[in-house]
Design a protein around this ligand. Structure first.
Ligand code: SF4
Length: 163
């Protein structure tokens, strides 16, 4: 397993210019933080590859339109989503049946887990993705940019107020 890290110089420059909590200030700054800390390292890791496989599902509210095979202009890859028609129940049934390891936070109502400062537990009935970036407008696409294939660059074409 490869563990990826953000570029220290790029992260330091961003924090120096915008502060350590920039993700609360606006959607654009939140997307900048996600780009520096997540998207750019992954982009480097995927360079030269032809395709990647994700665990995205259509029952996640912001992902209802995904297809089995997509062209991803952010990474220049084919993207395969073989679990697109799985439900959350299907996932947990599979985990239990095959005794797979999982993050203990899931047992405390953390359904979608990202960076600690941008992740919270949710209540029963809330959208599974509502535990991520909950301070942003509801119509903002709740994605970090790793999977936003409709955007030329993470953060472009979106707006919204911070807190
Ligand atoms: S999830 Fe939050 S802390 Fe993590 S990279 Fe995105 S904005 Fe930054």
């Amino acid at each position: 397993m490869n563990v990826l890290f953000p570029d220290a110089g790029e992260a330091g420059k961003m924090v120096g210019e915008h502060g350590v909590n920039l993700f609360y200030h606006s959607v654009a700054k939140r997307k900048l933080c996600c780009a520096v800390r997540k998207v750019n390292p992954l982009q480097q890791e995927l360079a030269g590859m032809q395709a990647w496989i994700t665990g995205r599902r259509r029952d996640q509210e912001s992902r209802s339109q995904i297809s089995l095979v997509e062209d991803d202009p952010v990474y220049g890859l084919k993207k395969y989503n073989p679990m697109l028609d799985w439900t959350e129940t299907d996932v947990w049934t599979y985990i239990r049946e095959h005794d797979l390891p999982y993050n203990d936070l899931h047992d405390s109502h953390y359904v979608s887990i990202g960076c600690a400062c941008c992740t919270r537990a949710i209540s029963t009935g809330e959208d599974p993705r509502s535990g991520r970036w909950w301070w942003e407008n509801k119509d903002t696409l709740a994605e970090c940019g790793l999977h936003v294939s409709s955007l030329a660059r993470p953060g472009e074409g979106e707006s919204g107020e911070g807190i």
